[in-house]
Design a protein around this ligand. Sequence first.
Ligand code: FES
Length: 77
Amino acid sequence: MREIKICMGSACFAKGNQENLEFIKNYLDENHLEAKIKLTGDLCGDKCEKGPRIIIDEEEYTNITRQKLEQILRNNL
Ligand code: FES
């Protein structure tokens, strides 16, 4: 099963992952992907200065903006 991990450390969360989490949830719902993709939280990965950070499968993405996130989801899911 594919997996999206979203950094829930305080820096990433404050820098946008709170909104990004909502966005991802809605995206999975709208595209009927919830059964295929596991969405979990990740602990701080010591890359707070590059946050917000998410991981899709083993690939890590940093400095996630809403626009970048949308593009990443479109290209990878
Ligand atoms: S809070 Fe996300 S890397 Fe530290």
